[in-house]
Design a protein around this ligand. Sequence first.
Ligand SMILES: [Zn+2]
Length: 160
Amino acid sequence: MISFERLSMAQKKKIVHDTDWGAALERVIGYALQKNWKVAFVADGPDQSKTDITGQVWIQIDSSNPLEHQLYFFLHECGHAVEVIKLGKSAWNSKYAGQASSSINNLEHRISRLFEEMTAWDHAMTIAVELSLQINHNSFSSLKTTSLSTYVSWTSEVIQ
Ligand SMILES: [Zn+2]
């Protein structure tokens, strides 16, 4: 995993070339770095974010996706971090208690996770507006729907 700040200019340009999507992606990178979040672009790696025990946010984006998709997933992963920071760890734990109090095979756990995913997409849109990004609402919605549908299927697997 290589963090964005440590890439050479040529590597950065490869990720953020001068299309509109590249410029938008660069703006979100700036937003994340300003908050001292660690950002890494990894080819074929999962899109993921986590907040560690010290409160440090780590975001990883699959750089093999088209830039527009990287942008939306990046906004979504930022959305997860925003939710943790907005609530604080203890309120986050109460809001998503289902994930801590039940096993991953439990319906309560999965519904809690689905709710968290939906909330992260909500924050993603708020961040896009905050940064005045010109996003394509149809493709944003389609990517969000595809992403959420995997969680909906995963959740419904445990419904008897
Ligand atoms: Zn997510």
